[in-house]
Design a protein around this ligand. Structure first.
Ligand code: KIV
Length: 284
């Protein structure tokens, strides 16, 4: 079994230009599959709101939801570096509350780090969390929790003025003491510029390469999330289709009596068949 990676391994990987591969996971089996596949890192994203809980976005996701899913993931991937995603409202109110909530991910769910969205505007909370000795990752570019103010799930940094904001956010995240940065849905030129400019690892989701690694949402890349698939997702499997087909076949088998056949049944102890049917008769 591969040794669990830590912050210093990720810095060494950046220095050696080795790419980190990571996905989101929200539950025990997916975490087991990710660890078995040799994933360098796992994010327990608040995208669980859409991918697992069926919300339209991430805003309704609570600390309780995140902690519970982080706990399942940790049980499934005990040897993988896991990042817990701070939900909307858990780090915006006061820095003290942000630190207390970040600490819950470590104490209650054994996460290795936390992630929070925003650059300049959340740098205060990020600094407070990092100062408390918690590994904190920033997340800039398209930040789903603020898709409202951003005008939807839209790519960012497409023109020079907007790219300048993304760069300022990246610099603010590093200055605040983050150990890593995730950049979402910006042009590859911008993400790789940021990865070269910063000394901390910079990961892309929908921001091309090269940078220091790639993240995808597992439900998107295995075809489990059906509502929409962002442009930047490469779909590696069609699990949703497989499940629907399996369920259809089962419905048909049950309706037609093709399931269950004898092989799927427990059998009366050998030699007790007669006694058994006598006993049943007593209840007729
Ligand atoms: O919650 C999540 O999965 C995320 C990704 C969109 C990066 O934050």
């Amino acid at each position: 079994m591969a040794k669990k990676k830590g912050r210093l391994d990720f810095i060494k990987m950046k220095e050696a230009h080795e790419q980190v591969a990571w996905v989101t996971a929200y539950d025990f089996p997916t975490a087991q599959f990710a660890e078995a596949a040799g994933m360098d890192m796992i994010l327990v994203g608040d995208s669980l709101g859409m991918c697992v809980l069926g919300y339209q976005g991430t805003i309704p996701v609570t600390m309780a939801d995140c902690i519970s899913h982080c706990q399942s993931v940790r049980r499934g991937a005990p040897n993988t570096f896991c990042v817990g995603d701070m939900p909307f409202g858990s780090y915006q109110i006061t820095n003290a509350e942000a630190v207390a909530n970040a600490a819950r991910f470590l104490k209650e769910a054994d996460m290795d780090a936390i992630k929070l969205e925003g650059g300049l505007r959340t740098a205060g909370a990020l600094k407070a969390i990092a100062d408390a000795g918690i590994l904190a990752m920033g997340h800039i570019g398209l930040t789903p929790q603020s898709s409202g103010p951003l005008g939807g799930f839209k790519a960012q940094g497409l023109d020079p003025d907007s790219a300048r904001f993304v760069i300022e956010d990246a610099l603010a995240v590093q200055s605040a003491g983050a150990y890593a940065l995730l950049v979402e849905a910006v042009p590859p030129e911008l993400c790789s510029f940021i990865a070269k400019k910063l000394t901390i690892p910079v990961y892309s989701i929908g921001a091309g390469g090269p940078c220091d690694g790639q993240l995808l949402i597992s439900s998107d890349m295995i075809g489990m999330f059906q509502s929409f698939t962002p442009k930047f997702v490469k779909v590696y499997a069609h699990v949703g289709e497989e499940i629907t087909n399996a369920f259809k076949e089962y419905v048909n088998d049950v309706h037609t009596g093709a399931f269950p056949t004898d092989e799927y049944c427990y059998h009366i102890r050998k030699g007790m068949e007669e006694e058994y049917s006598q006993m049943l008769k007593e209840y007729e």
